[in-house]
Design a protein around this ligand. Structure first.
Ligand SMILES: [Zn+2]
Length: 162
């Protein structure tokens, strides 16, 4: 392989890893700010931004972030929702037709944190939901260096109960 191609590949790789931080909304680089803490309560996959893995945004996207932050705060002030695990066998008084597609949290070391994010994400997406049913947890092994640990993801079905 010619040397200049090798250098080009290295340059592209370095740019990707070093300068890889991009605005989560428009995808531009430049001066970026970290998303407000409130967004940690919302699963990445359900944030209203294009690049759903980035926690950063640029100054021209700041108004969009402020607008969404208000909705996150509304969700935080939502009344507590009722919850049922997937293992529950009893009858749940679900309002017919109110069930929404299953929502997943991000992966966390603590089940409790994953469940908290799931519930907040559900009311952020569907503000009329007052319950989340069929709650279950997926587990996998993650690692940092040589350290291995279990992480959990919660999921459930937002709905409305009588
Ligand atoms: Zn932007």
């Amino acid at each position: 392989m010619p040397a200049f191609i090798v250098l080009l590949i290295i340059a592209v790789a370095v740019c990707y890893f070093v300068g890889g931080k991009k605005c989560g909304i428009c995808g531009n680089g430049g001066e970026l700010k970290q998303l407000p803490d409130a967004f940690r309560g919302i699963a990445h996959a359900h944030r209203p931004f294009n690049n759903k893995t980035s926690d950063y945004y640029c100054s021209s996207c700041a108004p969009k972030v402020a607008e969404q932050e208000k909705l996150v705060m509304v969700a935080r002030n939502h009344d507590p929702v009722q919850t049922w695990p997937a293992t529950y066998k009893g009858r749940i008084p679900v309002v017919a037709g109110s069930e929404q597609p299953r929502v997943h949290s991000d992966w966390y070391k603590e089940k409790k944190v994953a469940k908290g994010q799931l519930l907040l994400t559900c009311v952020y997406l569907f503000d009329r939901a007052n319950a989340v049913k069929d709650i279950e947890f997926d587990r996998k092994t993650d690692s940092e260096g040589n350290y291995q640990f279990t992480v959990w993801r919660a999921s459930g079905i937002p709905c409305k109960v009588q």
